[in-house]
Design a binder for this molecule. Structure first.
Ligand SMILES: Cc1cc2nc3c(=O)[nH]c(=O)nc-3n(C[C@H](O)[C@H](O)[C@H](O)COP(=O)(O)OP(=O)(O)OC[C@H]3O[C@@H](n4cnc5c(N)ncnc54)[C@H](O)[C@@H]3O)c2cc1C
Length: 506
């Protein structure tokens, strides 16, 4: 089969392109080298929907950021993704930083960011009483917000698959060749052919590009390290608090996450290694000190996890979103560093316009014309339901009455939904990204074994085959006592004993 379009890379940008294409009569395959989508920068970032005052005036980045920010609330509503329009403050201490705040305000106005204002000390402290009271001014951006980045990516992929799209996981593209009619993409398991290619390979987009065209840009990784604090600290701030930006960084931020924890970070460390997501004592100390200068009462003893993510910085300071000049039917969205998440809702549709200008015929699917709600997604979130809603749900299916994750109040029914969704969860962390089970204070200490057992039962595989996350991350080596009731045979392709679940109904 020759697909119309192959998208290389299942991060937020590949997902946005795939989702935007899913309303049209085109066959699309998304190729992802890892065992799930959203395992690159899309899973380890600040989750901020930036307002758009940072990017240089007239840049593609500024355009995508402001447009993506405007589209984000509607997209999250459509896809049932956690989003909070809490606004952001860039805070200044003293005349030097006051001038930077003023500069950001002017640039933001020129970029078309709505509602910006520069506010003084009294107003700042009435909005954010925990800020250090020597603050002198701040840029208030009411259109900024926080979003769950990996769930947005997963949701777009789930709808894409439901509408006929294909996702091939564990499918690293190692070579690309144009045969005059289609691109032949080499995977570990064979080849895939497609008339059009969209390279959204994040940190590796320069290397994937070089498979098809002369290299004309390089991606430079830059690591950002974080503290994730318990929900007890989530109320330290109401909006997203940024320190004043220094060269090439938006500054250190303090923000609630979409799940109500407190996030502090990131560092900005240029690296050579595109896989080095280590955290370091020095990096964490740096962000901790900066955060305490802004909000002295943050209690770092409430830290529950540290992590880091890698930015994909291009040589110049702008996104590279284009048809590659002189190369047949080859497109890319590369160098998508921050604010790539905020820009994602705009980048997918923009890429679809480029593909259309490049000759791809796009006719809306009959099913979308008949019922646009096929583009929506709904999931059960037990911890956000009223008691009456919970009672009705449990009456319909008692599996929603069994709490699996006590920190985040996630039920067995939700875990089973994730295992049987259109983009099925196959690892402990894939369940965490889809349901929040394991995201809380105990970090999966209690729910991990139960979720592993559910995965083994539903997939009919022995527990020793269950992965924590990436390929090779086995959790169990074998039984310690007695024998397991679980089947010894591994047959992940056998039909599964599940019924249609309430959340399958849109
Ligand atoms: C520390 C940090 C903080 C950030 N904070 C924010 C923020 O608050 N707000 C914001 O708007 N943006 C933020 N960003 C930026 C944002 O996270 C990224 O712009 C966005 O996630 C990029 O998405 P992507 O799809 O391009 O890349 P990725 O998410 O990295 O996805 C690329 C995918 O391609 C796959 N891939 C690579 N090579 C191949 C291959 N050969 N074959 C198949 N698949 C391949 C990878 O496995 C990966 O899944 C931050 C980034 C970092 C690192």
């Amino acid at each position: 089969m020759i697909y119309d379009v192959a998208v290389i890379g299942g991060g937020i940008i590949g997902a946005s392109v795939a989702y935007a294409l899913s309303r049209y009569e085109v066959s699309v395959v998304l190729l992802e080298k890892e065992c799930d989508v959203a395992l690159g920068a899309t899973r380890a970032n600040s989750g901020i929907v930036h307002a758009g005052y940072d990017p240089a005036e007239g840049s593609l980045m500024a355009r995508m950021n402001v447009s993506g920010n405007a589209r984000m609330p509607g997209l999250c509503r459509d896809l049932d993704v956690l989003f909070e329009p809490c606004g952001s403050l860039v805070i200044a201490f003293g005349p030097g930083e006051d001038a930077i705040v003023r500069e950001l305000y002017e640039r933001g106005r020129r970029n078309g960011v709505p509602g910006l204002s520069v506010i003084g000390r009294e107003q700042i402290l009435s909005m954010e009483p925990n800020l250090k009271d020597t603050v002198t001014s701040a840029l208030w951006a009411p259109s900024a917000g926080i979003v769950n980045p990996w769930d947005l990516c997963i949701a777009m992929c789930e709808v894409f698959v439901r509408l006929g799209g294909k996702i091939l996981l564990n499918s690293e593209v190692t070579a690309s060749a144009w045969d005059g009619e289609a691109w032949r993409l080499t995977l570990p398991t064979g080849t895939v052919s497609a008339r059009y290619v969209v390279n959204t390979a994040g940190l590796y987009s320069d290397e994937v590009h070089a498979q098809a065209a002369p290299a004309d840009f390089t991606i430079h990784p830059a690591r950002g390290q974080y503290f994730l604090l318990d929900k007890s600290q989530g109320d330290r701030v109401r909006s997203v608090i940024f320190s004043c930006p220094a060269k090439d960084t938006k500054g250190v931020l303090i923000a609630r996450t979409a799940h109500g924890n407190l996030l502090v970070g990131p560092t900005k460390e240029p690296l050579d290694d595109k896989d080095d997501t280590a955290t370091t004592a020095a990096g964490l100390l740096e962000v901790r000190q900066k955060a305490l200068e802004m909000v002295p009462s943050v209690n770092f003893r409430e830290n529950i996890a540290n992590f880091s993510g890698l930015r994909a910085n291009p040589d110049n300071d702008d996104f590279i979103i284009r048809k590659v000049p002189g190369i047949d039917n080859y497109f890319e969205a590369a160098g998508i560093k921050s604010p790539g998440l905020a820009s994602a809702p705009a980048i997918g549709p923009y890429m679809v316009d480029l593909l259309s200008e490049g000759g791809l015929s796009l006719f809306e699917k009959q099913i979308v014309r008949d019922d646009p709600s096929v583009l929506l997604r709904r999931i059960v979130r037990f911890n956000r339901m009223s008691d009456a809603e919970r009672a009705a749900l449990v009456t319909r299916d008692p599996r929603y009455g069994r709490i699996v994750c006590r920190c985040e109040t996630v039920t067995e029914g939700e875990v089973l939904d994730a295992i049987h969704s259109s983009l099925p969860a196959r690892t402990l962390d894939a369940i965490k990204r889809r349901t929040a089970a394991g995201l809380g204070r105990c970090q999966g200490g209690f729910c991990g074994p139960r979720i592993a057992a559910l995965l083994a039962e539903e997939l009919r595989i022995p527990p020793t085959e269950i992965l924590k996350d990436r390929a090779g991350s086995y959790i169990f080596t074998g039984p310690t006592k007695g024998s397991s009731d679980l089947p010894a045979e591994s047959d992940a392709t056998a039909p599964l004993p599940f019924e249609r679940r309430p959340s399958d109904a849109r």
